[in-house]
Each structure stands twice: as structure tokens, then as C-alpha cells.
Design a protein around this ligand. Structure first.
Ligand SMILES: *Cc1c(COP(=O)(O)O)cnc(C)c1O
Length: 376
């Protein structure tokens, strides 16, 4: 059986976890959390990276930091994971969904401006599959309308847009280290903060509303309750597990990109014949091999192809049920404009096995089975 995903594991992980235990520091913000955050700051050039318990929580922190209030509207795609919307709904915000582009499955930047009202507070581009949204346009719209930009870069680490790392262009960027992502700590994430002025507030929200982070740096002589907050910092055990992978970040990313290219080459023929559509990477954008998806002709063909692969020991999956068509999406959000592509394209999309450690012959076997399916 070829799994759809196998969580990434780096050989040094246990060693580092042991070090964390031996240092008698397994709560948050120890040596490994520092290593990870500094690494992300250097890689992305962001002013500050705060490691969090999930990307969902990083997005929740961003929702707090932009002071989301009941009635505020947040523009985002409907083709995304629930967390993109949840974080704002928790603060009383209203997700305003706009259509996606069929090529990248990212928010259609040309639909954003029309959705802006006096209540709009922020735009949340989701870099689907680690392929960047059209950020120049999005940042320009945000600037002209005085809106915040929060990048859902859950899938976007190690990818860039015109040389700029994903997650570091908007006011805030959110990474995920869930076990389904390129790098994992089981459950975890990171908040990237562009404006140094926002760092102190973010640290307080992350540390239960206290200034403990300042206290640990020796900047204040006692720590106190400063504001509301929650607990968004992960354990050192998780950070240590992740650090082992980040040390091999290039190797892991290159291995994924190689699989991506193998799929692309192997499936070029059925794509040329019109059986399948392959992902499109616009110019100036560099992916990270997070995901390889194909689009079948329609829902029926997709269902058949997924079962055919399953019969042959290959697990492929589909997602997302567009948020605006889900019960909570109908209750809390609204779709602005026409749903020309969101529903239609999400019905056709399926993801092929992709993980660090997937072998060449397995990829070739998968390609072979897909070609066989279309020959029949
Ligand atoms: C995985 C994912 C999330 C959630 O990440 P968690 O770390 O599990 O909270 C949010 N948005 C997108 C687009 C994702 O792919």
C-alpha cells in the first residue's frame, strides 16, 4: 500500500528530544524553540518568528493582533482549510469569500477589490500547494484601501514569490508544522511578524497575556498580567523534533521537488490528450513540492480514478469542501460575486501521494496506474 502521506522524520530527532529532556527544559521557549525561530527569521527575513502550537493558533494570534471585532469583514478564498476562516470567526469577524483562479487554485486577485466594503479589515491570501498568490497585486490593493494582509502560508515554507519568501510579505504570515506538511512537529506552527512594533503585543498574547517573554530576557524584573491572551507556545520536545528536519530543509525540499517533477513528466501525455490537468506555476514563483494535484474531467471521473488507484494499493485524496457551501460557512460567512471556479474546480481536484521518503519506483508505479486508467 502506498500511503498518501508519511510524516517527515529526521534521524537526529530523538537525539535532540533527549537533549531537551536532559536540559530539564521541555516547556516552551527553550533552546530548540530559539533555534527554530531564528532559522525561520534568517530564511524569511521577517522581523520576528514566534513558534506556535499550530498554524490555526498562529492565525488566531494574527486575528487578535489586527484587533478583529464583530462585524469586521475578512476577504479570503472559499477553497481553503477551515482554520483560515475559524481564526476570524472566533473574534466575531465575517469571512467574505471570493472566487479562485483555476490555474493555481489561489484567490483570484482581480476579484478582491470588488468585495471590499467599509467593514473590510484584512485580506487573507492562502498559498495553496505552496504556490504563491499574486502578491504584488494583493499588497497594492491592501495598501490603497488601508487593509491588513495575513498570509496563510501553512503550505508555503521554503517557497517564494519573485524571490520573496512566502509568509514574510504580508503584515503577518502563518506556517504549519502539522504532520501533513513539509516539515513537522506533530502539531505546530509559526507566526511571522513583519512590523517590529507588533512583537511585544504578540508575545503577550502568546504567553497568557503576560510579559513573561520580556521577563526571561531580563527586560523587566517581574512578569505580570498585561492584557488578555492564551497559551500558544509549543513544548520543547516538539521544537526539537522539528529542528532535526529544518537542519535538512534543503534536502527534504529538493526530494519533494524531484517527486513533483517526476509526476509532471510522467503525466504529461495524459494531460496533453486532455484527460487530466496538471498544476500551473506562474512565472517568477518557486514552489516547495508541498503537493502534487491533478484535475480530472469532473467529479465522476475523479471518484473512479481515486477508487482505481485504491484498488491498486495507492491512496490519493481530495479536498476541500468549499467553505461557503459548508454549514458553518453559510452561518458565518458569505460569498461575494460569482462562484465560477471554486466549486467546479474543487470537485475535480485530487492529490497524489507526496512525502519525503516516497521512492522513485513508487512514483513510477503511481504514474503507470494513472496512465493505465485513462487507456482503459
Ligand atoms: C494545514 C493548514 C492549516 C492548519 O494548520 P494547523 O497547523 O493544522 O493548524 C491552515 N491553512 C491551510 C491552508 C493548511 O493547509
Amino acid at each position: 500500500m502506498i500511503n498518501f502521506n508519511v510524516p517527515p522524520f529526521a534521524p537526529k530527532a530523538f537525539d535532540y528530544m533527549k537533549q531537551a529532556v536532559e536540559a530539564e527544559k521541555i516547556c516552551g521557549d527553550g533552546a530548540f524553540t530559539k533555534k527554530v525561530s531564528q532559522w525561520i527569521e534568517e530564511k524569511t527575513g521577517t522581523a520576528k518568528c514566534l513558534l506556535t502550537t499550530s498554524c490555526t493558533h498562529a492565525t488566531e494570534m494574527a486575528a487578535l493582533l489586527i484587533d478583529t471585532k464583530p462585524g469586521d469583514e475578512i476577504i479570503m478564498p472559499s477553497f481553503t482549510f477551515v482554520s483560515t476562516a475559524d481564526a476570524f470567526v472566533l473574534r466575531g469577524g465575517t469571512p467574505v469569500f471570493v472566487d479562485i483562479r483555476p490555474d493555481t487554485m489561489n484567490i483570484d486577485e482581480t476579484r478582491i477589490e470588488d468585495a471590499i466594503t467599509e467593514h473590510t479589515k484584512a485580506i487573507v491570501p492562502v498559498h495553496y500547494a505552496g504556490i504563491a498568490c499574486e502578491m504584488d497585486t494583493i499588497m497594492d490593493i491592501a495598501k490603497r484601501h488601508g487593509l491588513k494582509v495575513i498570509e496563510d502560508a501553512a503550505q508555503g515554507i521554503m517557497a517564494d514569490y519573485k524571490g520573496k519568501p512566502l509568509g514574510a510579505m504580508g503584515d503577518f504570515g502563518c506556517f504549519s508544522f502539522h504532520e501533513t506538511k513539509n516539515f513537522s512537529m506533530g502539531e505546530g506552527g509559526a507566526l511571522l511578524i513583519r512590523d517590529p512594533e507588533m512583537i511585544e503585543k504578540a508575545e503577550i498574547y502568546r504567553e497568557k497575556g503576560t510579559n513573561r517573554s520580556q521577563f526571561f530576557r531580563g527586560q523587566v524584573d517581574k512578569y505580570r498580567w498585561m492584557d488578555f491572551g492564551s497559551s500558544y507556545l509549543p513544548s520543547e520536545l516538539n521544537a526539537a523534533y522539528l529542528w532535526a528536519q529544518l537542519e535538512m530543509a534543503e534536502e527534504i525540499t529538493n526530494a519533494r521537488l524531484r517527486i513533483y517533477e517526476m509526476y509532471r513528466e510522467g503525466l504529461a501525455e495524459p494531460a496533453e490528450k486532455g484527460y487530466l490537468e496538471l498544476p500551473v506555476i506562474p512565472e517568477g514563483i518557486r514552489g516547495n513540492g508541498h503537493m502534487f494535484f491533478v484535475k480530472a474531467e469532473d467529479l465522476e471521473v475523479r471518484t473512479k480514478l481515486i477508487s482505481y488507484l485504491k484498488e491498486n494499493g495507492i491512496l490519493s485524496v481530495f479536498h476541500y469542501v468549499p467553505l461557503h457551501s459548508a454549514p458553518a460557512g453559510q452561518k458565518y460567512g458569505r460569498f461575494h460575486g460569482e462562484d465560477k471556479y471554486t466549486t467546479k474546480e474543487s470537485d475535480r481536484l485530487m492529490r497524489l501521494p507526496m512525502y519525503y521518503g516516497l521512492k522513485d519506483d513508487q512514483v513510477q508505479y503511481i504514474i503507470g496506474k494513472i496512465r493505465e486508467f485513462f487507456k482503459a
